[in-house]
Design a protein around this ligand. Structure first.
Ligand code: SAH
Ligand code: SF4
Ligand code: F3S
Length: 436
């Protein structure tokens, strides 16, 4: 018997899917390479933007005709299941879906599948209360090198455009000892790199004053973990304490994803982000002063209701000033039930995409330009393999995700080594192995 999981959305969903896989393996299922070969297909859905719904319904439609052949059980979970209109639509138009579960009762999936088999009856159970933090679920990780570690669930911020607080509930932090013992086990299993996950990691609250900075410091002491990344911090909660912990630690990666969303203080206010353009720029300067070799990446939404041409220019201004390594850009998408849905001044699609293109052009040119600052520096590079075009050359990536080509022995593949960058070539770097 085989299972197939289709994961949409963010890293939190990826980590949830690893737990779903762990539970299915414990039930005796094996992983299938395609949905048509599986007896259980699970859709772990995302609804951060509008187009995701059509994608899910399209995929469900594809399975309708092959379901009978494999005696297939189709399950839909994740953030979309927390939306009543999606559950209603599945019941009405995709009646062949067998199990609908939500983000708060992931751990109940095996039970629901068993009931579906025994009673031959559709199972729908979506909780609208915040789920408890369930520890020690089995897990089947997708990568053998870097592991995802969720440190907190939910979000309290209610950014006015965002659906997540409605689909994931309020913030709940895992206990520090549970997180640390998971990471120690990962180190013992040979993992070198971890990514700490949460919608707002720096509001992590481990109880009795134990905060995100404490957690970073304690993780830094764990032998064997060389790289610690985290996603996402919120600029309003980026305390000096967290900056110090990053600066002092050996393992915390000096690439920080710092979501901007907009460079206009007016729009930020409408977005309920609780910081201004100046606060954001000051924060970047403060981090750069304490962590000199830091790089930033960001998320930006264009075309938020009420965004004027001047507001948009402010966003471009921040992009120019900060010099991001990478900008993830999104066109504003209305989400049912959010505060922004009811705001005035929704922007016509053609203006949204025109602004998106202008932002993209700027971000792309900045990325090409900012590659120059690597020349002369020494970078930690994870060696991935031989270059596709020349087998004498090895290729790898810096911690900030830049490609580096260099001459080296194949035994370096899979290792993280120091490379001195000697030249830049528009989209990649060249360098030499640093010999101690
Ligand atoms: N918790 C993270 C974001 C998670 S969602 C944070 O606060 O930064 C990932 C990204 O999706 C967001 O940073 C935002 O840029 C984008 N996003 C969220 N809601 C959106 C919407 N309604 N329309 C367009 N983009 C959106
Ligand atoms: Fe959404 Fe804002 Fe929470 Fe991020 S911090 S998940 S953007 S509400
Ligand atoms: Fe999507 Fe839910 Fe993540 S809406 S982005 S899967 S928290």
């Amino acid at each position: 018997m085989k299972y197939f999981i289709n994961t949409m959305g963010c890293k939190l969903n990826e980590n949830d899917s690893e737990k779903i896989a762990g539970m299915l393996v414990e039930m005796g299922y094996e992983e299938a390479s395609a949905p048509q070969d599986a007896n259980i297909v699970v859709f772990n859905t995302c609804c951060i933007r509008e187009n995701a719904e059509e994608k899910l319904f399209g995929k469900l439609g594809e399975l309708k005709n092959i379901k009978a052949k494999n005696n297939m059980i189709i399950c839909v979970g994740g953030c979309m299941s927390q939306e009543q209109h999606v559950v209603d639509k599945i019941k009405q138009s995709y009646n062949f879906v067998d199990v609908i579960f939500g983000t708060h009762n992931l751990h109940k999936l095996p039970e629901m599948i068993e009931q579906r088999i025994e009673e031959n009856k559709k199972q729908i159970d979506v909780w609208d209360i915040d789920g408890i933090v369930v520890e020690n679920l089995p897990i089947k990780r997708t990568s053998e090198k870097n592991a995802l570690v969720t440190i907190m669930y939910g979000c309290n911020n209610f950014c006015s455009y965002c659906i997540v607080p409605y689909t994931r509930g309020r913030e709940r932090s895992r206990k520090p000892e549970d997180i640390l013992s998971e990471i120690k086990k990962l180190a013992a299993d040979g993992y070198k790199e971890i990514m700490l996950l949460g919608q707002n990691v720096n509001s992590y609250n481990g109880g009795e004053g134990y905060n995100f900075a404490n957690l970073l410091r304690d993780i830094d002491k764990i032998e064997g973990i060389d790289i610690v990344r985290f996603m996402s911090p919120h600029p309003k909660d980026f305390t000096d304490d967290v900056i110090d912990a990053i600066a002092e630690s050996k393992s915390v990666c000096k690439v920080i994803h710092l979501p901007l969303q907009s460079g206009s203080s007016n729009v930020l206010k409408l977005m309920n982000r609780k910081y201004t353009k100046e606060h954001y720029l000051n924060l970047v300067d403060k981090i750069r002063a304490k962590v000199p070799d830091v790089y930033f990446t960001t998320d930006i939404i264009v075309g938020f209701p009420g965004e004027t041409e001047e507001d948009f220019e402010e966003t471009l201004d921040v992009v120019r000033k900060v010099d991001f390594e990478q900008v993830f850009m999104f066109i504003y998408s209305v989400r049912k039930g959010t505060a922004a849905e009811k705001m005035d001044g929704h922007i016509p699609e053609e203006i949204k995409s025109e602004r998106f293109n202008r932002l993209k052009e700027l971000a792309d040119s900045m990325t090409t330009e900012s590659i120059k600052k690597y020349v002369g520096t020494v970078q930690k590079v994870l060696v991935e393999g031989e270059s596709k075009t020349n087998s004498d050359v090895l290729t790898g990536r810096t911690r900030s995700n830049r490609i580096v080509n260099f001459i080296g022995d194949r035994s370096l593949i899979g290792k993280e080594i120091d490379i001195e960058i000697t030249s830049e070539h528009a989209w990649y770097l060249k360098g030499n192995v640093v010999i101690d």
